[in-house]
Design a binder for this molecule. Sequence first.
Ligand SMILES: *[C@@H]1O[C@H](CO)[C@@H](O)[C@H](O)[C@H]1NC(C)=O
Ligand SMILES: *[C@@H]1O[C@H](CO)[C@@H](O)[C@H](O)[C@H]1NC(C)=O
Ligand SMILES: *[C@@H]1O[C@H](CO)[C@@H](O)[C@H](O)[C@H]1NC(C)=O
Ligand SMILES: *[C@@H]1O[C@H](CO)[C@@H](O)[C@H](O)[C@H]1NC(C)=O
Length: 308
Amino acid sequence: MRDLEAILTPFAWIVKMFYALTLLALLATPIHCEASALSKPTLDWDEIKFVHAFGDSYSFVQGTQGLANFSFIGDAQDFSFTPHQLLTNEIIPRNASLIISSQSADTYEEADYGFWLEFLTGCLQGKPSECRRQLWDFSFAGADIDGNLLPLHHPFTVPLVDQVKQWLEFAADIIPHPVGQTLTTWWIGINDTGDTVSNATITDFSAFWEVEMNSYFKAVQAATDRGLQTHLFINVPPEERSPNALGDATKAALLKTHIDEFNDILAGHIAAFEAANPHATVLTFDAHSWFNTVLDNPTSFGFTNTTG
Ligand SMILES: *[C@@H]1O[C@H](CO)[C@@H](O)[C@H](O)[C@H]1NC(C)=O
Ligand SMILES: *[C@@H]1O[C@H](CO)[C@@H](O)[C@H](O)[C@H]1NC(C)=O
Ligand SMILES: *[C@@H]1O[C@H](CO)[C@@H](O)[C@H](O)[C@H]1NC(C)=O
Ligand SMILES: *[C@@H]1O[C@H](CO)[C@@H](O)[C@H](O)[C@H]1NC(C)=O
């Protein structure tokens, strides 16, 4: 399917670096939490048994009940699912042996898209409920934040806010999410920033990102109010440095401006969310800085073929 290639090609190589290097490092060391003086919960990775995920192709994993190459379960035209469908749904394995058997960077060339979550949880195939760390992934490939703000990539695309609706309606009562044992991941924005780069009807991007974030964090709040208390937010990587963007310097510069602004406004909303939810645990991962670091020093991370 051409769509999959479209999703993967421009950024797959850089995302793979991220999987391979970053989350390993992230989890090998205690995750930094803003530990305020109050009784704020902290994250203990050893205690985490459930990971719930929302996002786009960076995060999606394939499920037997999902739309092929787009989701773990359901799509916009097949929006609901029963408890039985959810609980019997299986993650379709990738070539996991490759990933597990070697630590070399080249090996990760074989890993696709949402693999970072599978790698993070070790939930590589089968029913999530049978994994030591259960991965419940509502991400949808090609998702933007909100279909009321930007057109869907396909009639079947489930934007982030609707992923949360699916979770609230069909999953929240079914999948356990005990506080202290549950991590929720949010990674969205690569499509929002990519889709709008040449959108002439948006005259004030800063205002547009604010509107997007209001919608995004309304969904985060709804999930929080329903019991998801520990959140990891990941920002948008420097897509202007991807091979596809490098050919057009003007567009790349514009993308850079938009992504920097998106990430700044995202950071502001994360801080506001944290302030408004003192009992929530908020983690951030600055994928943008990390990717830039790796791209600036590829050989020190073991990457020798850096021509794209
Ligand atoms: C999903 O993607 C794979 C790899 O590109 C492709 O071989 C397969 O045909 C796709 N599946 C569907 C149903 O499009
Ligand atoms: C997994 O990768 C290995 C090494 O490239 C290959 O030999 C094997 O056939 C692959 N397995 C599947 C199921 O694709
Ligand atoms: C999502 O964004 C990436 C990066 O801009 C793009 O390559 C991909 O085509 C988009 N996904 C879809 C389904 O259009
Ligand atoms: C451009 O952005 C506006 C939102 O301000 C949206 O309504 C419109 O559909 C977008 N156009 C395209 C082609 O995506």
